[in-house]
Ligand binder design. Sequence first.
Ligand code: SF4
Ligand code: SF4
Length: 453
Amino acid sequence: MFGFFSSKQHLSRGVHVPECKELTEHLPIRRLPFAPMLIVPLSQHSGAPAVALVKEGQEVVRGEPIARANGFVSVPMHAPATGRVERIALAPTSRGELQTAIYIKPWPSASQEVLYGADQDIEHMTPDGIIAAVQATGVVGLGGAAFPTHVKMKVPAGCTIDTIVVNGCECEPYLTTDHRVMAEYPQQVVHGARIMMKAMGAPKAIIGVEDNKMDAVEALRKAIGPATDVTVGVVEAKYPQGAEKMLIEVLLGRQVPSGGLPSEIGVAVFNVATLAQLGELLPRSQGLIERVITITGPAVSKPGNYLVALGTPLRWALEQAGCVDEPASVILGGPMMGPSCSSLDIPITKGVSGILVLTKKEVQARPKQVHPCIKCGACVEACPLHLNPSRMGLLARKERYEEMESDFHLNDCFECGCCSYVCPANIPLVQYFRVSKQMNRERKARERAQANG
Ligand code: SF4
Ligand code: SF4
């Protein structure tokens, strides 16, 4: 009656990793004040960087567009605070490169209230109108992918979407961003799901939530009420339950074909925090200027779930959360898939769902010794995609990258790290696969260049 799955759904492969969520899972979202300087990179998403609309010295209002999208696969940027554009210059990014960014100095008394934007009637919009309105919000996948959401909403020719899957699993250890968003903003999540249903012509939506977040399930159930178009699917807490293909299979019993897309089997998947933002921003035609992130880990004295203005420097955010020790490692996202961060001077961007800070103790405890494969088969058992990591690992060491792709579906690997996690020989399988994919990309680029003379 409440749109609730009666039985729990199971992921057959994957691994049980220590969750480490107790530090923050029950802590309500708290807003951080503005940093003295906000750094808004023009590329915080997959696709073409945005194009600046402002000049140095210009005053901007919180929520005002400051950069326009450069084509369909691109999104605009909005001012995260009222203040002055100090400069437009290169800024460091998480990948270690420099990238153009708009530096905004908030006024000392700048309010967190957003005055920019106007009500819009989504009910009477066409699907293309909704897609354009979503692009104008600048919303991208907030689960970490940062792929422009409006691009994902465009149903490919020949496909029909019958189900929107809302990903509320948050299976990475430590992270509790999505958990708190579901528990505290369930109406926005449900509204966001219905916007997607309308835009994509899907009659139903299922919100997949792991069974370690039952307070969030309850909150969503109340927000849905007696309606049956949106349901909640409770799934077992297991890594990587939140991977798109895994969640679809567990919730709907459908398999995305190798190398294919969910749209080929009638499904579109969106992260729950992404939909909560759309549910909030779209009715007011406002832009994405802040997001919830979990700042946590053994090196943090005030771990929590913080609402942070986009462009806040990492160093400043960590000062607010209090680092108890000299951080030995800072990871953007969770420990299984999150990249290590090379500089604390980088800004928090749209795709950052968490900051995990480790001390020397945890970093030194990580296994480093590489032993030969003992052919135990644990990696094969763990791989949620039924790949053969052991065989691929051997081929990678022999630099037979092409064979890994043609015969062993290397490109299906989404680098979840389950194989490395279970390997008793501590073979860094997932790192091998990342390098192998890169080598294949470079080889193909060389071949294209040769073919074009
Ligand atoms: S081969 Fe790829 S998808 Fe399979 S467990 Fe390893 S990292 Fe995950
Ligand atoms: S888990 Fe490690 S040791 Fe075991 S088969 Fe896989 S690669 Fe070899």
